[in-house]
Design a protein around this ligand. Sequence first.
Ligand code: AMP
Ligand code: ZN
Length: 464
Amino acid sequence: MPISFYNTLTRKKEKFIPISADKVTIYSCGPTVYNSPHIGNLRAFVFVDILVRYLRYRGYNVVNVMNLTDVEDKSIKASIEAKTPITQFTQKYIDLFFSDIKEMGCIPSTYYPRATDNIPEMIEIIKALTENKHTYVADGSVYFKISSFKDYGKLANLDIKTLKKNADGRLSLDEYEKEDAKDFVVWKAHSESDGEVFWESPFGKGRPGWHIECSAMSTKYLGQPIDIHTGGVDLIFPHHTNEIAQSEGATKKKFVNYWLHSEHLKVDGKKMSKSLGNFYTLNDIKKLGFSPLALRYFFVSNNYRVQINYTNDVMVSSTNSIKKLNDFVFFLKNIKSSTGDDANCIIEESREKFIQAMDDDLNSPIAFSSIFDLISKTYKINLSKESASNILDYLREINSILGIIDFSSEEGDIDLEIEQLIEKRDMARKAKDFKTADNIRDELLKRNIELIDSPQGTIFRRNK
Ligand code: AMP
Ligand code: ZN
């Protein structure tokens, strides 16, 4: 079965056909670095990570870019308020972003360009747009004339007729709502409120609009068209809508083949956002006692196109699910028997279901269910060391996509005293002497030894 993705542009699931047979190019809108990333942002970044890892697993050579938006309205305002030069101000949040995505188990993108390093490329696009009669100048700023671009608003499903009625006037803000669709700014003339933030250009002293930044960085690193462009659903309008108008208006070539948008993380039923102030950072989550990988599990075990709501309860259940997976690894590592059942059928069935689910627009909840099916089937058979090791290999294979399972648990080195205590506890349990059995478990726990009751008997783990 081929891979298919839901394409926001066509509002359909489509078979994925990359431009080149073995290479896939992906551009993802990265963080706006004016304050700490919140865990909603991290959901969008983990989605990119899973997408890239899965395409690599399926044999594609992926080149991906995630930009750092280090100059736009909010970062300028915040850096002036903090009385810190903008590059110094944003650096702190760039560092935080990198440390957060690392803790979330994301593998680095191929490139992380910064907007402020790509101003000449933005100027070139604005020049091309001007040549192609898509712009005009007003009050010293350069605006994109949306009526000059035939398909303006297609990605966001904007009604062109209503648009024409309401689209008089222009906007110099970076962010605005669909109802406010108007000519948007590509180069903003310098104003006092921008302080020291400006560049010289053929259109005068000023700075780029937010949308032109991504048009420039995507084309510079990936050419045009790009296979896949990602971002959260909030970026469909105006950001991605305007990126299309600019990139296609400048080159007259298609900009992107597949637009993939990840849904929001909500909290108390509302979108988690910096402007609403209702957000958790990764640090907040860690202070609550949850691990970044539990958060990753919560994201990946849900479909990326479904809104999800953050609660502490979902974090507890994600923590438990990861523990189930890690306990299973520990169990497999401790199988010693030289004879037993073959696990190849169980592995094959699981792999087939896993790939089928992920091929279907990265349907990760179904992919996860294939792993838990494998676990319950494995616990029911008599494993040999060889089949246990085959299952471990399979888990390593799929973990190259999921990035959740911990394989570092040691093989339980057989400590005679512990073995004897386990045997004593098993006998006590058989005799329904649960008090003695519980005492032994508690005694071992004090020594950081945890007992795990598996269908194949009791095994133990040394907790760190
Ligand atoms: P920003 O730093 O605000 O530019 O956002 C970075 C990425 O996070 C973008 O792809 C946004 O669409 C995405 N994003 C913002 N808020 C949320 C949220 N609450 N849930 C999921 N993704 C979000
Ligand atoms: Zn962008």
